[in-house]
Design a protein around this ligand. Sequence first.
Ligand SMILES: Cc1cc2nc3c(=O)[nH]c(=O)nc-3n(C[C@H](O)[C@H](O)[C@H](O)COP(=O)(O)O)c2cc1C
Length: 372
Amino acid sequence: MSHADSPVLQPTRLGDLQLKNRIVMAPLTRSRSSTEGVPPDYAADYYAQRASAGLIISEATNISPQGVGYAYTPGIWSEAQVASWSRITETVHRNGGVIFLQLWHTGRISHPDVQPGGQLPVSASAIAPKGQAFTESGMKDHVTPRALETDEIPGIVEDYRRAATNARRAGFDGVEVHSANNYLLEQFVRDSTNRRTDRYGGSIENRLRFPLEAVRAVIDAWGGPQRVGIRLSPATTQPGETPLDSTTHATYGAYVDALSGLGLLYIHTIEGVTQQTRDVPEGVDFADLRRRFSGAYMSNNQLTLDLAAAELAEGKADLFSFGRPFIANPDLVHRLAIGGPLADAPKPTWYGGDFHGYSDWPGMEGLVAVQR
Ligand SMILES: Cc1cc2nc3c(=O)[nH]c(=O)nc-3n(C[C@H](O)[C@H](O)[C@H](O)COP(=O)(O)O)c2cc1C
């Protein structure tokens, strides 16, 4: 069988969406937005060049000023942001693509320098993460966050609702709730970062309460769950090297059961430790999470076409997201289809800067043409 005949590269359906193939562009923060969180004009080229993916998931996008954790990341709370994202979704659609927005609140993975009024970042509990934040004046050590008051949480749920509504207004085909990589929602899920004694802490049910309230608000904003997915990373310790939950599988199993009950479109799981290994730590069972979820299952992390084909044949996953390979290979699907070589993006181009190393990567046959 030639690469082009791979079942992974054939058209498929995701809910009521028709996808050209099962390859998904994973969310990739590229830190090229303005200090007001407005994506640049050339982001439309960047995303449209990658429209041959079956589905594009946007870079993580802050739901509110409080959600910001990294300099130059985009938002979806202001009209200027909605206008810029609208141009991007229009261009992606004109080029035959399908695009979801990833909704983000970084919680404690932030820094006063990127917070409104220089305030402390917020989290479930006042526990400092290890590592450093990316600010406009360089990398700075994380600080101890402020634990959210119980009566502040409904306001953040409303921020999710507004962001989801704005994503819809901006022409996205759907949204992905970012509940992975140790950001705010996962800070509530895991007992290593959630030591609360109110109804948002303690038991698994309590720790899942806020994430599920946020998901329900997003579903509400979209008039149903059919265009709402979620990203989960039960095995990931990054960023900040926080340990896993003390009963990881019970916690994430209960989470997936609840998400399945809500009728969510897909779960997007980072299998193994993000960007590091596909080895799964003891106590995490992705096959069981897949079995428990009634919607589609999207796998991620260091995938190749062969690995994806094997997972599909074994019924382990439906969709396959690729992150780093999409940075320097806008025509990744074509390269996979012909077994062509993959270009490697130098790390300094990953975050920050301008269109260089971003929307100027050529495809195998020259710059990928974009219909504007
Ligand atoms: C530059 C860069 C930015 C990333 N930004 C995001 C992000 O905004 N949201 C997210 O959920 N994951 C993000 N990730 C993680 C990727 O989506 C993906 O899970 C990871 O790179 C592993 O997949 P890969 O081996 O195909 O690259 C990022 C990874 C990289 C390398």
